[in-house]
Design a protein around this ligand. Structure first.
Ligand SMILES: [Zn+2]
Length: 299
């Protein structure tokens, strides 16, 4: 029996964020081996490149890789695989990541923005069913991946559009960005309005745990957070008219509680209400999306 070439190939997907580097071997869009490493934020281009090469070498060992896909937080010139800059990785500037990795491993490599990779991951996970798909990552920061008519809108930064004029200071230096309300620090800022005391070491995860036990302040925090989330998503939905919006990132683990609050508001504020889902892929979305980038970009 002849085995179809391509079906059993193994690719390497990498998701480089401000805190962690997630890495996975992908076969038939399934992750067969996964690893997580710390992002060394103080390294410059060259040293960061070497650090990443060492991680990859140790991780792939004897596996033969057919391609490498890398999603990285920041603005990426995807044709050349160059990271122009990254607010999360400020030491990296005009970093030729594709070239560095290709030269060392002699394997075709692609580089794209991490949130864009997530959108592609979801697109393939849903078997290309949604031509218009948006992913929003609610983590430390807020990332957006926008697919319109089967094409990616590269480097979209919905997280840095203004939600509240002259509002809270954002990590990017501007005031009132979506991220400064919907990132994890944003949620903690909202929590401070309700927790006058005992706020120390509070995290979105702890807030969620308390909300599950019907703790009033936690529920109020999530309700107010959801109010901002619904406004932000309504704007996005009314612009792009997507078929589906998929939420990812740590805060999206609040799942149905979040959806319960935002759905009625979205219904009221959008012309057409798309499906709103919590990602099933979770952190794997970026890894799977990155290795599929070559199948997607020339569409
Ligand atoms: Zn911002």
């Amino acid at each position: 029996m002849k085995i179809k070439e391509g079906l059993f190939k193994i690719s390497l997907g990498i998701d480089i964020g401000g805190t962690n580097i997630k890495i996975g071997l992908v076969k038939n869009n399934k992750i067969i081996k996964k690893g997580i490493f710390k992002t060394e934020k103080d390294l410059d281009n060259q040293r960061f490149g070497n650090y990443l090469i060492e991680i990859i070498k140790g991780f792939i060992k004897d596996y033969k890789i057919d391609k490498i896909g890398i999603g990285i937080a920041g603005y990426v010139f995807y044709e050349k695989g160059i990271l122009k800059f990254s607010p999360n990785l400020p030491k990296l500037k005009n970093f030729s990541l594709k070239e560095v990795i290709e030269k060392h491993f002699l394997v075709e490599t692609f580089v794209l923005n991490d949130a864009d990779a997530m959108a592609i991951g979801e697109y393939f996970y849903h078997n290309k069913k949604y031509k218009n798909l948006i992913t929003i990552t609610l983590g430390t920061g807020v990332g957006s991946g926008i697919i319109v008519n089967n094409k990616l809108l590269y480097n979209s930064e919905f997280g840095h559009t203004i939600l509240i004029p002259f509002g809270a200071l954002c990590s990017c230096g501007k005031k009132g960005c979506v991220e400064s309300y919907l990132g994890s620090y944003g949620m903690l800022r909202i929590a401070r309005e309700f927790y006058k005391r005992g706020i120390k070491n509070l995290t979105p995860k702890k807030i969620y745990e308390m909300a599950k036990n019907n703790e009033e302040r936690a529920l109020k925090t999530i309700e107010k957070y959801s109010f901002y989330l619904a406004i932000a998503l309504s704007n996005l939905i009314n612009i792009f008219n997507p078929e589906i919006v998929i939420l990812n990132g740590g805060i999206s683990n609040m799942g149905n509680l979040l959806l319960k609050f935002i759905r009625p508001m979205l219904k009221e504020n959008t012309f057409y209400l798309p499906k709103i889902k919590i990602s099933n892929l979770k952190i794997d979305a970026g890894i799977i999306g990155a290795v599929n980038f070559n199948l997607f970009k020339d569409k």
